[in-house]
Unconditional design. Structure first.
Length: 341
């Protein structure tokens, strides 16, 4: 493999940090530049394993600011071809319901700023990491495929849809080498405990109530984060410019079943389950047809839910210091201590 640098945005978040750790393991000769503004969701403590490596550089900056993106590209200089893997986003549906503007700012404006700079720099590839939520909600049957009409229902998914269309437009208008991935719900290490699975592990471990929205019968298609990262890498290396690739686990469960499974792994009682008011506009079911990436790029998930869910629960149990520092907010001091100002 020729010399290569990956400019990863949002690499201090859940999926981005897993991706960086995986690349550092599988391609130790690749350089990684991580551009992250460290919102509440960015945690540099996820990346202590690569910190100090000569092939890893952290750039504290905002994708909405051209000068910050420019600094990140400067850090890529001299490292061969540059490819961008774009994770940075506001990612939590519930927060987008409370306030949509940060989602428009980062997900829409930030993506356009990044696209413009990436085009000016002549990047080799640009993988835009998106979500199945752009397709809206399914009924009891059917699957999302790449041609399913876009019909987002939350400010989060609407802003991700807009960003997908900006990547598409850059390709159609300028021949820009953009590719889009749309993945289902991820689970695994380093997920911020506002999302269902880590929240439920954290609460149950402390015998706190587990909030289940509505009737708990909303269905999600769960994929282990390492499988998602493998799929992104496959799209980066073998995908075709301008294409969209759905990524999914073929692993559908209603929320209430997930909650019961995790409680059972933890040996905690179902009496912790507390039904609460439903999320407004709550999508009923997501399910992915991932046959395109399987048939064209040879990707399939390698982890079964039966294997990776207990693994994930055990990871959070073994990382009680990480979890406690996230929950108390102490993780936010790390950048200051490690990098100064
Ligand atoms: P996350 O919220 O855990 O992490 C987001 C990261 O982006 C954080 O490190 C944050 O500091 C950074 N960031 C936010 N705004 C920024 C800005 N303006 N400039 C620079 N950095 C900024 O998100 P995640 O769950 O890791 O998701 C990563 C990507 O994958 C997102 O684009 C999301 O839409 C997509 N996705 C997530 C899932 C999932 O289940 N989590 C599923 C499919 C797709
Ligand atoms: P979440 O992890 O927020 O992901 P998304 O909304 O992007 O799918 O939520 C997953 C599902 O779990 C979703 O249907 C909402 C539900 N949920 C709860 O029932 N209780 C909770 O406390 C949370 C955070 C989510």
């Amino acid at each position: 493999m020729s010399e290569r640098t990956l400019l990863v945005t949002g690499g201090a978040g859940f999926i981005g940090s897993n991706f960086i750790l995986q690349i550092a393991e599988q391609h130790p000769d690749w350089r990684i530049v991580n551009l992250d503004s460290l919102t509440y969701a960015g945690n540099l403590e996820n990346l202590t394993q690569v910190e100090g490596s000569p092939n890893y550089t952290f750039v504290h900056g905002d994708i909405c600011k051209e000068e910050d993106v420019e600094r990140a590209f400067e850090s890529c200089a001299g490292g061969g071809d540059v490819a961008v893997v774009h994770f940075a986003a506001e990612s939590h549906v519930d927060r987008s319901i409370l306030s949509g503007m940060p989602f428009v700012e980062t997900n829409v404006k930030g993506t356009q700023v990044l696209l413009d700079s990436s085009r000016a720099k002549g990047v080799e590839r640009f993988v835009h990491v998106s979500t199945d939520e752009v397709y809206g909600s399914l009924g009891a049957t059917g699957l999302f495929h790449e041609g399913t009409p876009l019909a987002p229902n939350s400010p989060y998914s609407a802003s991700k849809t807009a960003s997908d269309l900006l990547v598409r437009a850059a390709h159609k208008t300028h021949g820009f080498p953009g590719l889009i991935t749309r993945c289902s719900n991820n689970y695994g290490p380093y997920q911020f405990p506002e999302k269902l699975i880590p929240l439920l592990i954290a609460n149950a471990s402390e015998d706190k109530a587990i909030p289940v929205y509505g009737d708990g019968m909303q269905v999600r298609d769960w994929l282990y984060v390492r499988d998602h990262c493998e799929a992104i890498l496959r799209v980066l290396t073998d995908g075709k410019d301008g294409e969209v690739y759905n990524i999914g686990g073929n692993n559908e469960y209603p929320n209430i079943e997930i909650v019961k499974m995790v409680l059972s792994i933890l040996g905690k009682p179902e009496s912790l389950i507390t039904y609460v008011k439903d999320r407004p506009g709550h999508d009923r079911r997501y399910a992915i047809d991932a046959s395109k990436i399987r048939d064209q790029l040879g990707w399939e998930p390698r982890h079964s839910f039966e294997q990776a869910l207990p693994l994930t629960v055990r990871w959070y149990q073994s990382q009680d210091v990480w979890l406690q520092r996230v929950r108390s907010g102490e993780y936010r001091d790390y950048y200051q201590r490690q990098y100064g100002s």
